[in-house]
Design a protein around this ligand. Structure first.
Ligand code: TRP
Length: 330
């Protein structure tokens, strides 16, 4: 009897766990109950790190703001948010489920998620609106950002490599070599690294590349690069961003600067960057998704590339490694 009870209890517990999992990853639009008549939005986020979370929050706020507004989503919508936790097979499972659910639009945050969505919707008429794809052409999502040709469009956070390294040259003029840490399975990173190498070659600055395939490898690769180089640069890499605090701690331990490509990576301890505003980017992505839901053909919605950048420095990190940044603090 006791045994049966404990078996029953585990079944109950297991069922409770399953329910808990679904309810944390799936949310419904706030104004309307789920119904087949409402527009369905599937949102996939590549991984969990502060910048992607910031983008999603801004997209959600925009969808809410437009909800019920004349000419926008008059009747509310259903909303299914899924996070792939950086795992390629999870990306494709999520996107296939969105297609099976026949969503009206897939919103995909970050490059690998957008690529998964674009491949899952092939042969269907489901449009994809991506957020923060650094190089949508290199990622194979559009042939021409001004004329989307694959029912896929969205926003881009193209990186100003030269501005970042010009800032680095001002803050730490003695740096003669950079360690470049990134995941080469992320087209957003490989594109920025190509520009980086061209820039450094031109300036006669040397570099060593350090590949990571998972967040777990960031610490060892960071230590190795910091052992060989005067500074480290991390491009707009989701794998590194997910372990940014570890990279930042290693930089401080080695007393060397770690330059990055996003404001969130500075907030997580990187020394400095020149980057775009991701709340703005998320807002624009939400607006595009609403236009698509209102029937505007994707081919009429060019990719929106954010070009306004600002300098971001981390005062605490600067103090910890003895770099003067007061000129950049308001
Ligand atoms: N641009 C990245 C991509 O194309 C996504 C991204 C947005 C990102 N913000 C970031 C990556 C901050 C690292 C840090 O996938």
């Amino acid at each position: 009897m006791k045994k049966l009870f404990s078996v029953l209890m585990s079944v109950v517990l297991f069922a409770a766990m399953l329910t808990a999992c679904t309810s944390t990853t799936t949310e419904s639009g706030s104004t309307a109950a789920v119904s087949d008549d409402l527009p369905k939005i599937g949102l996939i986020q590549l991984a969990e790190h502060p910048s992607l979370d910031e983008i999603r929050t801004a997209i959600e706020a925009q969808l809410e703001a437009q909800n019920g507004v004349e000419g926008a989503l008059k009747n509310g919508y259903t909303y299914d948010y899924q996070n792939a936790q950086g795992d390629p097979s999870t990306i494709s499972n999520i996107c296939q489920k969105f297609v099976a659910d026949d969503v009206d639009v897939i919103i995909a945050i970050a490059t690998n998620a957008a690529q998964g969505a674009a491949s899952a919707v092939q042969g269907t008429d489901i449009p994809v609106v991506f957020a923060a794809v650094t190089d949508p052409v290199a990622a194979g999502l559009v042939s021409d950002p001004n004329a989307p040709d694959m029912n896929v469009t969205g926003t881009s956070d193209a990186i100003a490599v030269d501005k970042i390294f010009d800032l680095a040259a001002t803050l730490t003029p003695d740096v003669k070599s950079y360690g470049l840490i990134y995941n080469n399975a992320e087209p957003n990173s490989t594109s920025v690294i190509e520009q980086t190498k061209a820039y450094l070659d031109e300036k006669g600055i040397s570099y060593v590349e350090g590949a990571v395939t998972t967040t777990g490898e960031v610490q060892t690769v960071a230590q190795s690069l910091l052992g060989q180089c005067d500074a480290v640069f991390a491009p707009i890499d989701n794998t590194v961003a997910s372990a940014m605090t570890i990279l930042a701690e290693e930089g401080i331990a080695a007393q060397k600067p770690v330059y990055v490509a996003a404001d969130s990576m500075v907030a997580d301890g990187g020394l400095a960057t020149v980057g775009v505003n991701y709340t703005q980017l998320g807002t624009q992505t939400g607006e595009m998704a609403v236009e698509v839901l209102n029937g505007t053909p994707v081919s009429e919605l060019p990719v929106q590339t954010l070009t306004e950048t600002s300098v971001v420095v981390n005062e605490e990190t600067a103090a910890a490694i003895g770099v003067a940044v007061s000129a950049y603090i308001d």
